[in-house]
Design a protein around this ligand. Sequence first.
Ligand SMILES: Cc1ncc(COP(=O)(O)O)c(C=O)c1O
Length: 450
Amino acid sequence: MADTKILLSEKEIPRQWYNIMADMPQLPGPPLHPATKKPVGPDDLSAIFPMALIEQEMSAERWITIPDEVLDIYALWRPTPLYRAKRLEAVLKTPAHIYYKYEGVSPAGSHKPNTAVPQAYYNKKAGITRIATETGAGQWGSSMALAGKMFGLEVAVYMVRVSYDQKPYRKIAMETWGATVNPSPSSLTNSGRKALEADPDSPGSLGLAISEAVEDAATHSDTNYALGSVLNHVLLHQTVIGQEAKKQLAIAGEYPDIVIGCCGGGSNFGGISFPFLFDEARGKKVRALAVEPASCPTLSKGEFRYDFGDTAGLTPLMMMYTLGHDFMPPGIHAGGLRYHGDSPLVSQLCRDGLIEAKAYRQLACFEAAVIFARSEGIIPAPETSHAIRAAIDEALICKEEGKEKCILFNLSGHGYLDLAAYSDYLGGKLSDYEYPEEMIRKSLSRLPVI
Ligand SMILES: Cc1ncc(COP(=O)(O)O)c(C=O)c1O
């Protein structure tokens, strides 16, 4: 009988990150300065990022060595297990082979520490003592709090208001790891105060929380900013996931026909799929599918053009799919997927037809999450349920067509601190948000003209 778990030893933690920029047929347009609209150089970014990360952001090197200090901390949870979802396959009666890589075994419960740790490391090395950052669902804030503590950095987190209210245990986790947590919009920054003036009950958004954290970093000389997704160096760090998964599937004698990841800013999707796209650039065939919420359908319904990464327009302009930087997505439970934009790398790959995107509504995702929890046991994060929905649908297509395809998805995080969302779902209190076409149209009409 095939193994249920495929495990690697600590010696097999990847020693290098994979930089997909070395293999992309077309690179995204360069980031532009928010005021001059000219391409930004390393010096423009050095007010809020350490030079080592700026170099990674712009690097053309295919492989980048992971420092020993980072590997040492990765070893607390890496390599993560790869599971064959035998029980889910049986429930679905599908001939497909379904595998999931489980990133929920990290101390913070998701893939996010894979980049929080190197970001903390490079900041510490650069003499920084404090990090300001944002968090949506709380997964990234928790990861940065943990990584900051490992390297003796103070961490200030701006947490999107709706998640701050929905997920009190995430806040407690961050505080346990020593971070300070402020609901966003807050009265601590100009961007926050402006948003509160416009709407004292604002639910907040990732774009707005980013504005607050960037402003905090830019106005404190001891402080840098850290972002949990979107940027090239973040996706780079996450490629440990796909590299391990490839080795593990090879042990099982398999290669995926389709690789699936949920997509907020793109780091979990990039992390699982880019090492397989490396193979595709060398002639192998693989489908890569990014899954997003229908209430925030950036890749599926956004426009591909320059936009700010945050609401207030403080960050460089990035070439990406966007719904408009002041788009305020509905308060769905998958808080980590409520981002108006997407990684420029993922956006460019989508534009060039090298990856696919699909959007699902919240109820269909929770239904899939419950099927998964009742077959495989793990209760997934609401974000991850989007990938599970897509994996189940692909497996059902295999059943209809009688095809034995190999499906791999990333179980990006567990949902044990998201049980209020499950309570709402099981109690029939969750609804599907309509695709907010009018809001998106208005927001897109306010995009900067380049
Ligand atoms: C569990 C989980 N999965 C996925 C995501 C989506 O983020 P990204 O697209 O950067 O992977 C998040 C974001 O917070 C998350 O918490």
